[in-house]
Design a protein around this ligand. Structure first.
Ligand code: 6PG
Length: 241
């Protein structure tokens, strides 16, 4: 499937459009099944998108929320992706607690990753070796073209067997738990939300350089995934003219 991408005047406009698309994809999924699954990323960009998504008419009682990655910190920590989602989406949209599948950031990273993989397998009813097909995976991208917590050069980028793993983000001196490429590639729909001048070179590289996910991890499921849509502000798309 071709990669769609849309550019907006500023970060808020890109975030609003991304939120509306996620809401529409959830409704589309719910037209054909009882539950929808959404995996979200963290960082700083999603804040505006989460706040907009919380105002969309989504049947959250039928949506199960997962995380693309998490920092190995408690859910109350300012660095927690769960906390970001709780503050800007979950509390506002009143998503039922039973629908939340957070990474246990306060546990040892390897244990948290194992438990997260088990929880995903159990929820999706997966046999050994099967991948979860999230209805929607929301991803961001760093200025170094990292995505999830898959940073350039990480051997995990070659992993197509596992669902989640612990990884040490040298750049941030932080342990993390991340979905692995196999799970990202299996998504039914992937939406990227990327904004800011500092992302422009990475956006150019992802789209214009040879496919080399070890160098540009955001290329995972950006070329080979199924429904992939990029939401960019003009600053991040600056080098694509
Ligand atoms: C994280 C995210 C990560 C994020 C990029 C972009 O845990 O940090 O999941 O993959 O999408 O780092 O982050 P910003 O939105 O802060 O630029």
């Amino acid at each position: 499937m071709s990669v769609q991408w849309h550019t907006y005047a500023d970060a808020r406009a890109a975030a609003d459009a991304c939120a509306r698309k996620i809401a529409a994809l959830i409704e589309e999924a719910l037209a054909g099944q009882e539950l929808a699954t959404l995996a979200v990323s963290g960082g700083s960009t999603p804040k505006l998108m989460f706040e907009k998504l919380a105002t969309e008419p989504v049947r959250w009682d039928r949506v199960h929320l997962f995380w693309v990655d998490e920092r190995s910190v408690p859910p109350t920590d300012a660095a927690s992706n769960y906390k970001l989602t709780e503050d800007h989406l979950i509390a506002r949209a009143r998503i039922p607690h039973r629908n939340l599948h957070r990474v246990v950031g306060e546990a040892k990273p390897a244990l948290a990753a194992r438990r997260y993989g088990e929880e995903i397998r159990e929820f999706f009813g997966l046999e050994e070796g099967e991948m979860p097909h999230f209805d929607i995976v929301h991803r961001g991208m760093g200025p170094d073209a990292h995505t999830a917590s898959l940073f350039p050069g990480d051997p995990l980028i070659d992993d197509r067997e596992g669902i989640a793993a612990a990884t040490y983000a040298e750049k941030f001196k932080q342990w993390r738990v991340t979905l692995l490429p196999g799970a990202l590639l299996a998504a039914k729909h992937t939406v990227f939300l990327v904004a800011g001048e500092d992302k422009a070179e990475a956006v150019r590289a992802v789209f214009r350089e040879e496919y080399d996910p070890k160098k540009y991890p955001a290329q995972i499921a950006s070329h080979h995934g199924r429904g992939v849509i990029w939401f960019l502000d003009e600053a991040a798309a600056r080098m694509m003219e």
